[in-house]
Structures are given as structure tokens and as C-alpha cells.
Design a protein around this ligand. Structure first.
Ligand SMILES: *Cc1c(COP(=O)(O)O)cnc(C)c1O
Length: 359
């Protein structure tokens, strides 16, 4: 693997107090960069001081959205150690997203190494207050200068990181979600399985409408029949009806969430009945009315987000008495325990950072 050249900043910033941290507002001192050009491949991996880019106004990503990203976290445990959570899986997923967007193959080992190296250089930016973490955003953009629709011949891969606050400052609180019978996020045959910019652009209008109606998130239904659950906001959706845990299958319209996989793995470890199968909104409403439903979203930002209320066609349905369910809470506690190194990690999900650089 090519050596990563490291240029350290001459003007390190002050890190914010852990108590003041929000999400996605503060970035560290450095970033990782690597370029691609046809004929040369991926080259020049380097860590440099965090700084703005200069892009020609005709840079194709700005017009045609050939862009992908991923999102993962590093955690500082009470033992002072820093752990990257499932970094290899996130690196492999970035490469899958690249494939869907006609972006050249990215070696997952190189992606993992870029993340590890950057977090080591900016290790002092990993906060330590319980619930806080360092959010890591690997991104690829198409950089060729042209107007016209075809895959770019050059790309920039970069990674930025920043400390983020606890998602739940006062314990888990269930969210209210609106099942949309009008707007869709992605359809089978489209780009739903890629973490690509356009999917988030496609979600904005529906999300605004849901917020105007008093809901936190949209429950996206499938793009063909508007009948089967796809995802919730930018999370995967799961529910428990009686003794069966159900989540939509990876059918090309939804993202293969790493948290989704962590949860399914834990549930199977615990001997629960788990089904990856289509689940209709009618079945969900029936279970909500019968009082046999527990429902939650999964994603890196929140880990687990309990759903306390569901809106559909002008009606509001309370789920599990509007409270966090017992299984929802147990999943959250278990995953968070692994992330901070306070619980056993039987699947080897946490990767310890070396102690070379202190901080
Ligand atoms: C990132 C994301 C998820 C969650 O994936 P994780 O790997 O668990 O963070 C789910 N759905 C969408 C649309 C996403 O962008």
C-alpha cells in the first residue's frame, strides 16, 4: 500500500468543550485526500491541514451529482482507548456505493487505512464525555470539468472528521414518523442501495412536508405500490410484532445499514426469530392497534431510534404506549457498550487505535 504523506497543521485549533457538541458543525485540524485519474488510478494519498477546496464551476459533481459518502464513528471509552466501529464494513460499503455510481473501484483496505491514519493524527479530537464520538465522513466526488452526462475521468476521495454530541442527552425519546403515501426516496432499480448525494436531495421535500405536519421523520414506503416499508428518514426500519422481528429485505431500494446488520446479528445471537421480508403498512397499523408492536430505526447517528407514534392518511397511531420498548433499549445498550469498550465484543466490531500519538 502506498505510504500516506502527512503534513501537519501549523495552527491547531482549540477543540470545543464536549458539553457543547452538536452534530456535523465542527471539524478537526486535518483531512485525508487521494486523487484518481484515468490511466493513473488512485494516487497521492495524503493527510493535510483541513481547508476549503477550489473547484471549477463546471466540475461535473456540481451538476450531475456523481458523489458518494459513508458515515461512521470513533469512540473514546472510559478506559481512554479509541475504537473505530466496524470500519472495515464501512470501507467495503463505500466501495459498493462507488460501483453503483460508476466510480472506479476503491480498495477497502486503503479506505480503512485512510480512516485509521486520519483519526490517529486527529486523535485529540475524539471527545470523551459519555455519548459523544468522532464522526467520520469519507466522501468521493467526480472532479472532471465538463458539461454532459457521462462518468467522470477524475475523482477526489477525501475524509473529514469532527466531534459530535450525544444523540440522546436525556435518555432515549421515541420519535413520531409519518408514512408517506405520496413521496418516495428511491425505487428498486434505482440508487437506493448506494449512499449517494441524490438520494438525500430526493428526500428533502417529503421530509419538510412531514415536519410541517408535526412529525420528526418520514417512513418511506416502496416506490411502486406505496404499500411496503422501505426506510425511516435516513435509517433502516425494524419492528417486532409478537415474537417476530421484521425488517425489509435488501432489495436494491434500501441501504444495507451496518447498524441494521449489527442488530440482526445480535438478535440471532440471542435466539430471536428474525425475518428479512416485505412488511406492509397495513400489517404495521393492525399491530399498532392491537398493541403488539415495537418499532425502531437503526443508523450510525442514533444507533437505535425508538418510534412512539406513526401517522398515515390523516390518522395518528400510538406505538407501544409512546414508550421505548424493552428490546429496543437492550439493543441500544448492547451496541453502545461494544462501541465504548464496556461490553464484550464477540464479533470483533471495534478496532482499537494504536497508542502511538497520545492525546
Ligand atoms: C446511512 C444510512 C442508513 C444507516 O446505515 P448505517 O450503516 O447503519 O449508519 C440507512 N439508510 C440510509 C438511507 C442511510 O443513508
Amino acid at each position: 500500500m502506498t505510504q500516506i504523506a502527512i503534513t501537519r497543521t501549523a495552527t491547531p485549533k482549540q477543540t470545543p468543550a464536549d458539553e457543547t457538541l452538536a452534530f456535523g458543525k465542527v471539524f478537526s485540524d486535518h483531512m485525508f485526500l487521494m486523487n484518481y485519474e484515468d490511466g493513473k488510478g488512485w494516487h497521492n494519498p495524503r493527510i493535510e491541514p483541513y481547508a476549503p477546496f477550489t473547484l471549477d464551476p463546471a466540475t461535473c459533481v456540481l451538476h450531475y451529482g456523481q458523489a458518494i459518502f459513508d458515515g461512521l464513528k470513533a469512540f473514546r471509552g472510559p478506559d481512554g482507548q479509541v475504537r473505530l466501529f466496524r470500519v472495515g464494513d464501512h470501507a467495503r460499503r463505500l466501495n459498493k456505493s462507488a460501483h453503483y455510481l460508476c466510480i472506479p473501484e476503491m480498495d477497502p483496505a486503503m479506505v480503512e487505512e485512510s480512516i485509521r491514519a486520519l483519526v490517529e493524527v486527529d486523535r485529540r479530537w475524539v471527545p470523551s464525555l459519555p455519548g459523544t464520538s468522532l464522526y467520520i465522513r469519507p466522501t468521493v466526488i467526480a472532479t472532471e470539468t465538463f458539461l454532459g452526462v457521462h462518468p467522470s475521468h477524475s475523482y477526489l476521495y477525501y475524509v473529514i472528521v469532527g466531534p459530535v454530541g450525544a444523540y440522546y442527552k436525556e435518555g432515549m425519546n421515541p420519535v413520531s414518523i409519518l408514512a408517506s403515501d405520496q413521496y418516495v426516496r428511491a425505487v428498486k432499480g434505482g440508487l437506493g442501495a448506494a449512499k449517494t448525494a441524490g438520494n438525500y436531495a430526493a428526500s428533502l421535500y417529503g421530509a419538510e412536508e412531514a415536519q410541517k405536519a408535526g412529525y420528526t421523520q418520514v417512513l418511506w414506503l416502496d416506490g411502486v405500490e406505496h404499500k411496503y416499508l422501505d426506510e425511516v428518514g435516513t435509517m433502516n426500519i425494524m419492528l417486532k410484532i409478537g415474537d417476530e422481528v421484521i425488517t425489509p429485505p435488501l432489495n436494491g431500494a434500501i441501504l444495507a445499514g451496518i447498524t441494521r446488520d449489527s442488530v440482526l446479528t445480535l438478535l440471532r445471537d440471542w435466539g430471536l426469530r428474525v425475518s428479512e421480508r416485505p412488511i406492509s403498512i397495513d400489517d404495521v397499523l393492525a399491530a399498532a392497534k392491537a398493541g403488539t408492536l415495537e418499532m425502531w430505526g437503526t443508523g450510525t447517528a442514533a444507533v437505535i431510534s425508538p418510534v412512539g407514534e406513526l401517522g398515515y392518511k390523516g390518522e395518528r397511531y400510538v406505538i407501544n404506549g409512546g414508550k421505548t420498548g424493552a428490546l429496543t433499549q437492550k439493543l441500544y445498550d448492547t451496541i453502545v457498550g461494544i462501541q465504548y469498550g464496556t461490553a464484550p465484543d464477540p464479533h470483533g466490531w471495534a478496532r482499537l487505535l494504536g497508542n502511538r500519538l497520545g492525546g
